[in-house]
Ligand binder design. Structure first.
Ligand code: KIV
Ligand code: ZN
Length: 388
């Protein structure tokens, strides 16, 4: 089924799981704009929405299906006929449609969410896949709360839905509960114990409640999953979903994993800004890969090392993710090398003694001012010359 065993498929759910964040709802035109950018980014699957949830979401799935050509367009459903019929209808213009259906798999969900039994839930899972298969060939099954499910039961469920026709099996850590080794072991167990597992792609879908979504996704991929689900900037309800940009750049940086994606990484920064603006959800400055400080060097030791050779403190080139540039930020913790770098940028060539003097003045200024601007630097040098 897979041509390249090391290729990881990227499933973006910014417009579905991501959009569940309170206050981040998007209009259909906004969603289309993001979907087109996701297509240009090279994602393989766009989860466009949950059609039964509202007429607006239904329409968004229809319009996104018309707007993009390359990626698979996916619609979410619960395991019931009404949801699935609505998704089939919403996907009718999609060149590559996929239905994402599923049900709870942990005893907690089976008992307290569905008031049901393992046997009944297994039956409903199989029926949902078979029913969806009548309308769409490509069916992804999600075993909700798989992170807390009994592993033998989970394996049974996954085996049954593959036999029913599921092409992708999603193992969500819905509550962000697992440790990386636990999640990785789960994926390996399924890979080694489920009959016909190679007929389907295993997908990892992790939430970030303990800040482990990216680590868990990587561990899942390292243990045999070949699809990763996440959102741009890691947005999503509660603490969010796996950050797609983080997973992609980890795979690109760590060749030892031997895995790769189709993502055009130089487009990452632009789409991050677009999602942040449209969803009115600022990116935290220290966010990996896309935060405004992700490539900003501010302490003297780091700045000096960076100016000697960038790779001393830079494991990703900013241009590789479309980030404007690395920056040397001037603060009271900066050293002479950083000050000299900025003065040279402004056209000043100072000898050692002049630089020592300018640095002395600079520290006094930086202790009282958080944001050192070019005019401050001009002032430092001009004042010095005048006082000579
Ligand atoms: O987190 C989750 O379990 C989900 C499923 C609906 C795939 O988002
Ligand atoms: Zn989710």
């Amino acid at each position: 089924m897979l041509h390249d065993p090391n290729r990881v498929y990227v499933f973006d759910t910014t417009l579905r799981d991501g959009e569940q964040v309170p206050g981040c709802q998007l209009t259909t035109p906004e969603k289309i704009e993001i979907a087109r950018e996701l297509e240009a980014l090279g994602v393989d699957i766009i989860e466009a929405g949950f059609p039964i949830s509202s007429p607006g979401d239904f329409q968004s799935v229809v319009e996104i299906s018309k707007a993009v050509k390359e990626p698979t367009v996916c619609a979410l459903t619960r395991a019931n006929k009404g949801d699935i019929d609505s998704a089939i209808e919403a996907l009718k213009y999609a060149k590559h449609p996929r239905i994402h259906t599923g049900i709870g798999s942990s005893d907690m969900h089976i008992k307290y969410k569905f008031n049901s039994t393992r046997e009944e839930i297994l039956e409903r899972a199989v029926e949902a896949v078979k029913y969806a298969k009548r309308g769409v060939e490509d069916i992804e099954f999600y075993a909700e709360d798989a992170g807390r499910a009994d592993i033998e039961y989970l394996a049974k469920m996954i085996e049954a839905v593959i036999a029913a026709g599921a092409t992708v099996v999603n193992i969500p850590d819905t509550n962000g509960y697992c440790l990386p080794n636990q999640y990785g072991d789960k994926i390996r167990f399924l890979k080694e114990n489920v009959k016909n597992i190679d007929k389907a792609i295993i997908s990892v879908h992790c939430h970030n409640d303990l800040g482990l979504a990216t680590a868990n996704s990587i561990q899942g991929l390292a243990n045999g999953a070949r699809q990763v689900e996440g959102t741009i900037n890691g947005i999503g309800e509660r603490a969010g979903n796996t950050s797609i940009e983080e997973v992609v750049m980890i795979l690109k940086t760590h060749h030892s994993l031997g895995l790769h994606t189709n993502i055009q990484t130089q487009r990452i920064y632009d789409i991050s800004r677009m999602v942040s603006t449209q969803m009115r959800m600022p990116v935290q400055p220290n966010k990996a890969i896309v935060g405004s400080n992700a490539f900003a060097h501010s302490s003297g030791i780091h700045q000096d090392g960076f100016l000697k050779m960038r790779e001393n403190y830079e494991i990703i080139k900013p241009a590789d993710v479309g980030f404007p540039n690395a920056s040397i930020v001037l603060t009271a913790r900066s050293g002479r090398a950083a000050l000299n770098h900025h003065l040279e940028r402004l056209g000043y060539k100072l000898d050692k003694e002049e630089l020592a003097e300018a640095y002395h003045r600079f520290l006094t200024l930086a202790d009282s001012k958080l944001d050192i601007q070019d005019e401050d630097l001009h002032g430092l040098v001009v004042n010095k010359l005048v006082s000579k």
